[in-house]
Design a protein around this ligand. Structure first.
Ligand SMILES: NC(=O)c1ccc[n+]([C@@H]2O[C@H](COP(=O)([O-])OP(=O)(O)OC[C@H]3O[C@@H](n4cnc5c(N)ncnc54)[C@H](O)[C@@H]3O)[C@@H](O)[C@H]2O)c1
Ligand SMILES: O=c1ccn([C@@H]2O[C@H](COP(=O)(O)OP(=O)(O)O[C@H]3O[C@H](CO)[C@@H](O)[C@H](O)[C@H]3O)[C@@H](O)[C@H]2O)c(=O)[nH]1
Length: 466
């Protein structure tokens, strides 16, 4: 593989033209952000419905700020979408690989078939020198194999280089994270490729984003270990929450106190139902798998423990619900507020909330769910649950109410109004996000994780006795 002449540019604008392969959460955001930074971008996806929606300026998932950006740049003509990778490759100079790397069906390993197919397709269809930039999250060692794949497929005489530039955006904040990243990691870039990437990311770099240049394996591992660290931090606080609960301590107060130590920091110390989503769970499992392959057994063991603690949180919420409902949920109504894996998204991939709701349903409960944005995606994954368009309808007749995702409107929901329609005023605050005193004053028993249960305020109990 040669890296000569990769700085091919659009003759008219004198700027690199961009293709983005895979227009899901990562790719659609990246494509829109690159258009916002002034480049001509074509997004490619093999899903024609996604391409049709995006071409019409519609985003097929909920991501704050993204529809406005897509609509704006589809209208200006700087951003378009296609299913035709050959055509997109032919008119572009820099090709971002943004396809999925989900967990394999039969093991903890990452499924790399989408990345391999997309990379091979770009290489095959190159008509002029190009730079292939991997952004998907991949196990260490993948990019080196992809370089061999590219070399096998690229037409003779066409210069191409493959580098790795992992992405750190969070769903719900994807646009801001892409336009203002904490850092830019460039793995395996030649001086020419680095110059191209610095040109592409000139705006965030000018705004102070540090650039870390390194080899391919380091770049791949920076991404994976960032997620592993975040997951470990969450499982750490959840393990401490178990001790707090047993000892009568309060994990939220403890986390606040820990967070004042700048070496620790307060973020990602919220104990509760644990982590989910399309990234953390599958990434720590892929790291576990890859570490074992490499003989790095300490890392594999650590990731296994982090995963086990995380999954135990879901079971703990199920167990607390059964107790709250009087020892069994069979034929009992259970109200669930929140099914997205976190607020400000409609993503329910590996959602702890949907997982808990589904498990209660499978135990014979009549589960009604309300989520401000994720009812549709949850229903598509679990159609046999009932879905309500507002919190009150979800709570009607409930033997227990569960708050599983801390959307602000769910945190602020009125305990007084809900109290009038439930069967049993007990709420499982699985994200430790409610104000227990306020709920107790409205007659609720508040069951949290990592702190003592708060019982109804005396005034209400007295009133109930009269
Ligand atoms: N979602 C995030 O917040 C996020 C953040 C950083 C990194 N990542 C990583 O980015 C990658 C993508 O994640 P995502 O959440 O955007 O996934 P996604 O499933 O939302 O999107 C992937 C898209 O790729 C398309 N695709 C698959 N194979 C293709 C091919 N050969 N040609 C064209 N399109 C193809 C799919 O149709 C889909 O639309 C993963 O590796 C993930 O770990 C995701
Ligand atoms: O204190 C906390 C913080 C988060 N969570 C949970 O952790 C999960 C993940 O949250 P977050 O990291 O905000 O979501 P993602 O959008 O999946 O982002 C992660 O995964 C992306 C994909 O790899 C990375 O790019 C991001 O940097 C990384 O934060 C969610 O279920 C949260 O509810 C907790 O339980 N406690």
């Amino acid at each position: 593989m040669t890296n000569q002449n990769i700085l091919a540019v659009d003759d008219a604008t004198d700027r690199p033209r961009i293709s983005v392969i895979g227009t899901g959460y990562l790719g659609a955001t990246h494509a829109a952000a690159m258009a916002e930074m002034g480049f001509d971008v074509v997004g490619v996806d093999q899903d024609p419905r996604k391409v049709e929606a995006l071409s019409a300026g519609r985003v097929p998932f909920f991501e704050p700020g993204l529809p406005e950006l897509i609509e704006k740049h589809v209208a200006t003509g700087r951003l378009r979408f296609t299913t035709d990778i050959a055509e997109a490759t032919a008119v572009s100079d820099v090709h971002f690989i943004c396809v999925g790397t989900p967990q394999q069906a039969t093991s903890f390993a990452a499924n790399l078939s989408y990345v391999e197919d997309a990379t091979a397709a770009v290489a095959k269809n190159l008509t002029h020198p190009g730079l292939i930039v991997g952004k998907s999250t991949v196990p260490v060692g993948t990019a080196a194999r992809l370089r061999l794949l590219v070399a096998r497929h690229v037409p003779a005489g066409v210069g191409v280089e493959l580098i790795w530039n992992p992405e750190f955006l969070r769903e719900g904040k994807a646009v801001d994270d892409t336009l203002s990243p904490d850092r830019i990691v460039l793995g395996g870039a030649s001086p020419a490729a680095e110059a191209t990437m610095r040109e592409l990311y000139a705006l965030p770099i000018a705004a102070g984003a540090p650039v870390i240049t390194c080899d391919l394996p380091t770049a791949e591992l920076v991404k994976v270990s960032a997620n592993a660290f975040l997951a470990t931090k969450i499982s750490f606080i959840n393990a401490i929450a178990e001790v707090c609960e047993a000892a009568g301590a309060d994990v939220s107060v403890l986390a606040d106190a820990l967070g004042h130590d700048v070496r620790i920091g307060r973020q990602f110390l919220n104990a509760g139902l644990g982590f989910g989503g399309g990234c953390l769970p599958k990434d720590i499992r892929a790291l576990m798998h890859r570490s074992k392959e490499l003989g790095a057994h300490q890392a594999a063991g650590l990731m296994q423990q982090v995963d086990e603690i995380n999954m135990a949180q879901r079971q703990s919420v199920i167990d607390k619900t059964v107790v709250a409902a009087g020892g069994s949920v069979l034929n009992k109504r259970i109200g669930v507020l929140g099914v997205a894996f976190k607020p400000f998204t409609d993503d329910v991939r590996d959602s702890p909330a949907l997982n808990v709701a589904a498990a209660l349903h499978l135990r014979g409960a009549q589960v009604t769910v309300h989520d401000p944005e994720a009812n549709g995606t949850a229903r598509a994954n679990f159609p046999t649950l009932s879905y309500a368009s507002n919190p009150l309808d979800a709570a009607i007749g409930a033997s227990a109410l569960l708050v599983l995702t801390e959307w602000p409107e769910l945190v602020d929901v009125s305990p007084e109004s809900l109290g009038e329609i439930v069967e049993n005023r007990v709420v499982i605050d699985a994200r430790n996000c409610l104000d227990p005193e306020r709920w107790a004053a409205a007659g609720w028993r508040v069951v949290s994780l990592g702190k003592e249960t708060v019982v109804p305020a005396p005034a209400v109990r007295v009133a109930a006795l009269v």
